[in-house]
Ligand binder design. Structure first.
Ligand SMILES: Cc1cc2nc3c(=O)[nH]c(=O)nc-3n(C[C@H](O)[C@H](O)[C@H](O)COP(=O)(O)OP(=O)(O)OC[C@H]3O[C@@H](n4cnc5c(N)ncnc54)[C@H](O)[C@@H]3O)c2cc1C
Length: 381
């Protein structure tokens, strides 16, 4: 009996990794991807957690290093004038631009005989038998009265005090990640109250214009309608996001940075509420299953891990050993077993990032706590 084909909707990290794993086992796979490669994505580009072992098992880790991935060994947290010292990461992270990473995985998938349809959107609402949902985050215009949105841009020759600097600011947090070739990824998660009560802009970073558009559906990773900023100037979306903060060391440094405007991208309507796979009727992996708060630096790892957890049940389905329901439940149970606890810890860490604990007079003491650092690092990945 010939192997039954699998269709994957979404050629991001989860979809491509699953496609590669299935092709390595001889399963026919078609991927639908609404965008094109290479493209920038809103992402801190900091891969931390067990997903690195998935990449090694699939033979992808070495290929990423050949493509320019570098290891990150240190990280520090900063909030106003308080900061931790640069700590050695219990396990090094891997840092690679999404511009390079997604295109690399797409090439590998094609080399393995995978059928990749770029620039083709899956338009059906139903994910029926043999169709995997790997189409990224689910949109949610507001959550508990907040709009959540993300911004990313690359800068050159931007000196860092650690391989990852995580800055806690009034309305969000911004990660600065060291990449190869003197590039730095600047990526932030921000929130804005849905009723506009916290939108007073104090002008910390120069002229500010309205930047968050009314349209907050699934725009993908495009420019969300921000007007383009002049060369080297911080993109307008950043000006609004940072404008809610008093002039800070981070703002000063960003204003002096040499910005790569072509890398600027944004995403809105983020849903950070954890989901259980067993409650979903579709076979979902990556952000389509659930999104972990970006501060964990574990979302890409979860995309790789969930893809790997889906490989064997789908091979069994393709060979006729499992029916579809059995395969879907096997993947869902495996994902819930591996992710439930870390999602609960991640939720708590995310809550702390917006609480007075990391911002008030005790911030310095809390940020320097070894116990907190080790507990959070261990339990959120
Ligand atoms: C601000 C921010 C910072 C982050 N920083 C980090 C970090 O430092 N480290 C980390 O590990 N994670 C980080 N993440 C999370 C990480 O980016 C995601 O977890 C990861 O990209 C999920 O991969 P995915 O394949 O599930 O989804 P995606 O990478 O979003 O891929 C989904 C794909 O599906 C396609 N698609 C959507 N709909 C359709 C359709 N109908 N038909 C065809 N194709 C479709 C999209 O074009 C896209 O290519 C961050 C996220 C945010 C928001």
């Amino acid at each position: 009996m010939s192997a039954k084909p699998i269709t994957i909707v979404g050629g991001g990290l989860a979809g491509l990794t699953l496609g590669i794993g299935l092709r390595q086992r001889g399963v026919p796979v078609m991927i639908w991807e609404s965008g094109r490669y290479p493209r920038h994505r809103v992402c801190g580009e900091f891969i931390s957690g067990s997903g690195q072992e998935t990449l090694a098992r699939l033979g992808l880790r070495d290929k990423m290093i050949q493509a320019g991935a570098i290891t990150a060994n240190t990280a520090m947290f900063l909030s106003g004038s308080a900061s931790s010292h640069a700590r050695t990461l219990p396990k090094p992270a891997l840092c690679l631009s999404r511009f390079t990473l997604d295109a690399l995985l797409a090439n590998i998938f094609r080399q393995l005989g995978g059928d990749l349809h770029e620039n083709e959107r899956w338009r059906e609402n139903n994910y029926t038998e043999a169709v995997i949902r790997a189409n990224g985050r689910r949109t949610q215009p507001t959550s508990n009265g907040w709009h959540w949105y993300g911004l990313k841009v690359h800068a050159r020759n931007f000196p860092l005090q650690a391989d990852l600097e995580m800055h806690i600011i009034k309305n969000g947090y911004v990660g600065l990640t060291r990449l190869s070739d003197n590039d730095v990824d600047i990526c932030g998660l921000f929130r804005r109250s849905a009723d506009g009560t916290d939108s007073t802009i104090r002008g910390a970073v120069g002229t500010l214009r309205p930047a968050i558009p009314a349209k907050v559906g699934r725009e993908g990773q495009t420019q969300l309608g921000f007007p383009t900023a002049p060369r080297n100037e911080l993109p307008r979306g950043w000006q609004e996001a940072l404008g809610e903060n008093d002039r800070s060391n981070l703002c000063d440094r960003l204003l002096k940075a040499s910005i790569d405007q072509t890398s600027s991208c944004s995403v809105a309507a983020l849903s950070l509420h954890p989901q259980r796979a067993a409650n979903l009727s579709e076979l979902c992996i990556g952000d389509a299953l659930t999104m972990t708060p970006p501060v964990t630096g574990n979302g890409m790892s979860m995309a790789f891990e969930s893809a790997e957890l889906a490989i064997e049940p789908l091979v069994s389905y393709s060979l006729g050993k499992f029916d579809w329901t059995h395969a879907r439940q096997a993947v869902a149970n495996a994902c819930d077993r591996v992710f439930s606890s870390r999602l609960a810890w991640a939720r708590w860490l995310h809550w702390m990032m917006f609480s007075p604990i990391f911002k008030g007079p005790v911030a310095g003491t809390v940020l320097r706590s070894n116990w907190l650092w080790r507990t959070m690092f261990t339990h959120t990945r």
